[in-house]
Design a protein around this ligand. Structure first.
Ligand code: MLT
Length: 254
């Protein structure tokens, strides 16, 4: 099955492809679309089943499947390669894309993400999350997950924008995200063989994935640059877009 993913774009020239996290959508990248369009054709995609993208499938999705859909987007954009940035689940998709479509990746930007797969208890929790959102909707995650997504003192505007995404992502879609993440492979063994320039960005106040883990991940990727984002939690591109955009700008200039 071939889905056509929807996206927002701004700017021209070489493509910077942005992949959102869970349970979010392309709108999380608003500040990167406006702030980086002078140096790249910035494309913020919706993964299947939300926003501008069709694609709720009765037999579900995998992280590899999401990566293959991204490859179709790259084909559709008419370019050979992209700079690929993924946040959290988007980073998991980024690892899969690099593994399956390596020739299409000019550089990799890993934001508020990790390489490891889920431990056994986290896999069980994904199954419960999937059942919950499928039955009651993604807003069921507002109480437990949303407060952990931002730094403790995040702006209300950021929290509100994240809440809107939770409200807009269909429960069935969030369920497939959760099950896809449960079944993802451990990308840690592949870190040492990443052969493209890589930037690891991580919110200094990320409550879901401690920043130390990201620094350790960066140390395993040959030549990778690591930047800690002050006043940023798990949604650092929304919480401190100035620092995130500056780091991406410097990385892409080199
Ligand atoms: C995300 O932000 O995409 C998710 O929190 C990642 C995860 O649950 O592993």
């Amino acid at each position: 099955m071939s889905e056509t993913l929807g996206y927002d774009e701004a700017g021209s020239g070489s493509v910077l492809l942005l992949v959102h996290g869970f349970p979010l959508d392309r709108t999380m990248w608003a500040a990167q679309l406006s702030g980086l369009s002078d140096i790249r054709r910035v494309v913020a995609v919706d993964l299947p089943g939300r926003g501008k993208s069709e694609g709720v499938k009765s037999d579900g999705w995998t992280i590899d499947g999401y990566a293959d859909e991204l490859a179709r987007v790259v084909d559709g954009l008419g370019v050979d390669q992209v700079d690929l940035a993924g946040l959290s689940m988007g980073g998991y998709v980024g690892f899969a894309f690099l593994g399956r479509h390596s020739a299409r990746v000019r550089s990799l930007i890993l934001i508020d993400t990790k390489a490891a797969d889920d431990p056994a208890e986290a896999k069980e929790s994904r199954v419960s999350t999937a059942a919950l959102v499928r039955e009651k909707g993604t807003t069921e995650l507002l109480g437990g997950l949303l407060p952990k997504l931002t730094a403790p003192n995040a702006d209300e505007a950021v929290i509100s924008a994240a809440r809107t995404m939770f409200e807009n992502v269909p429960g069935e879609t969030a369920a497939w995200d959760a099950l896809a993440m449960k079944d993802r492979v451990d990308s840690t063994p592949a870190l040492a063989s990443i052969g493209v320039p890589t930037l690891v960005l991580h919110g200094a106040e990320d409550q879901l994935m401690p920043v130390a883990g990201a620094e350790e991940m960066a140390s395993q990727i040959p030549g990778a640059k690591f930047v800690s984002i002050p006043n940023g939690g798990h949604l650092s591109p929304m919480e401190n877009p100035t620092a995130v955009n500056q780091a991406i700008r410097e990385f892409l200039a080199n």
